[in-house]
Each structure stands twice: as structure tokens, then as C-alpha cells.
Design a protein around this ligand. Sequence first.
Ligand SMILES: [Zn+2]
Length: 397
Amino acid sequence: MSRYRLLPTPAQEAVLRDHCGHARYVWNLAVEQHAQWRPGRTSAPGYREQCRQLTEARAEYPWLAAGSQTVQQQALRDFTQAMAAFFDPKNPAGRPSWRKAGRAEGFRIVGRGRQWDVRRLSRHVGQVWVPKAGWVRFRWSRAAPPGAKSYRVTMDRAGRWHIAFAVIPAPVPAPGNGQAVGVDRGVAVSAALSTGQMLHAPGLTRRERTRLRRLQRKLACAKRGSNRRGRVRHTIARLRARETDRRKDWAEKTSTDLARRFDLIRVEDLQITNMTRSAKGTRGDPGRNVRQKTGLNRGILGSGWGQLVRRLEDKAPGRVEKIRPAFTSQRCSACGHVDAKSRESQARFVCTACGFALHADVNAARNIAAGHAVTARGGDGVARPMNREPQLLLQTA
Ligand SMILES: [Zn+2]
């Protein structure tokens, strides 16, 4: 996914905002229809039926009809795809849910050549064709991917517009060295490799965090609806957007690096949503680090783990194996002895049987590297290429 800063004129921005609003409206309508469906009733309407309903709605509501049919139909198609992903047992995608105004605003355009195109204007400026908005300029920060078939326009919480051209990343060729690596996700350390290397997903710097806390206090004091409050909110949103950008960048670089260096990449088969929702642990490993997890949920989400694994699966199809995480943190990677007491602290592992000592996360990563592949949902453990459209992952995330 290559993302560029979009630079619409004020008039174009109004059109883009309308597109976002329409896409959200249509999407939410589809969510509502599916939410009302219960077993025994006739099935919720499919894409074709929804398209017919959209035509009717456009005839009835002039504000909807004034918008782009391309944008609205695409929102329906995206929803259908998201539902299919949700029902696919191999896909971790959750159920498509409501979209709120001002959060994750965006729309998608497909059909290059017919609906859109992209061209370079000058050294640092490109242009992309957006239905009803015309040619919109964007910052040409690197070459636009030639194979892109679709794009997604988004507005982040800071009010910045971006365009992302969807290209399925070319798989990174395996190095052919027969090496497997285990990756353990941690909280303190974003990820530990069985090689001993520690990977840290960048967040905000100390200074930025201090500034964020100060702003949050300011926000709490500011009067609702005041100009001041709006300004503070905007600054907070910009800081958060910066954090997100850094993490995305980290996931991109790290996944490419791992795919290049190792033939086989083994990761824990934990569902990040399960892990973060409750501190009580997972099915396979009840109550692991309960204390550390409580209150550090944000840290786990912040480590960008989910993003990293998804990108790995895109770039190293068939070379990523998910390992049942049971006891990876309590098992000695030297002698195999399992004892909760071996984990001396969050960071230190000392085997109660053989005395082997290692960083606790690296010990876990070694167990993962040696692990037996399982697929939690009843598969046979053979990793297969995952041909998922990157933009779909973005939508459902
Ligand atoms: Zn041991």
C-alpha cells in the first residue's frame, strides 16, 4: 500500500467530504440490514438487491442522487467483500461494523482507465482523477505504483487527506537458506526474534508523549464546543496520526526484512482482539502475564503486531506459520522443562530445572521457532498463500 498526501482545493474537499458521507451512509445501511437478519428469516439482501435498493434510494433522496453512483456502489461492493471475509474461517477479519462520522472516513474507487487515472504533473506533484471532483493534486513523494487498479481516499482524524493506491505487494523471494525464525510479540518489547534480536515499534517520543498528556489535560478543562477545544483536539489528532504513520512504516520495513532473511517465519497464533479485550489470557495459555496485561492493553495494540503479521502473510505467502502459543513463555527452550516459576520476571527467564537463563521474550521466540504448526480453526497446519486484497484489510481493521 503506497500512501500519498492528497492536496484538494477547498471546492474539491467539499466533494470528497460528500463522497465520504455517502459511502458511510450506504455502508451503514448495509450493516443495519444485516444486523436485523435472524436465522429463519429470508436472507439479508445480497449485493444485487442492495444495488436495486440504492437506485430507489437515489430516486427518493436528491442529496444521495447528487453524489457519485460509482462511490456509492463501491461502498456496497466493499461491504459484500467484508462480509465474505468475515465468513471466511481463514480470515481474521471481524464483522463489518458501523462507521462513525469523523472516524475512518473514506471511499474507494476501482476501474482504472474508466473511472480514474493518475498522472505526474511536476517533480513533486501528481494528479489523480476523482469522480465529480476532477483532477486532484497529491504530493508525489515516490513513484505511483504502475499496477494499481484501485485507490482509497481517506481523511484522518487530523483532517488530512490521503490517497492509497492498492497493489498487492509482490511476494518477497525466500532466501533459500533453510532458516526458520520465531517471533514473539511482547508488550515491553514489540517483538523478540529467536535470534535474540529485539524489534521495537516506534511510537511517540518522550517529549511528544509529555506534550500529549498536557494537551489531554487541557482538553478536559476546555469548554465543550469552544474554539479552544477544537484547536486542542486537532493538535491531539495530529500527534496520534504521527504515531500511526510511524507504526505503519515500521510494519512495512520489518515484514520485508523478515521475509528476505528467513525461509520460514513462525508467529504465535493469538488473536489480537482476544488478547487485548481481556487480561484473563487466552484459551491455550490461561492467565499468562495477567498483571502485565492489565493496563497495558494499549501497549499491545500499539506494538502494531496485527499489522506486522498481515504484511508478513502478504509478502511471504506460504512461509508464515502460526504456532499454538500454549506455554511458550513457561517452557525452557534448552531442556523443554515447563514451569511457571521459570519466568522470573517480565524480562528474565531462568529454568528451574537446568538453570538456563535468557531474556524471557527471546526464550519464548525460540519455542515458537521450534513449534509445531497448528491452525486454530481446525486446518491441517499447512500454511497456504493468502491472497487477500490489501485494501480490504484496511477497511475491516
Ligand atoms: Zn531448562
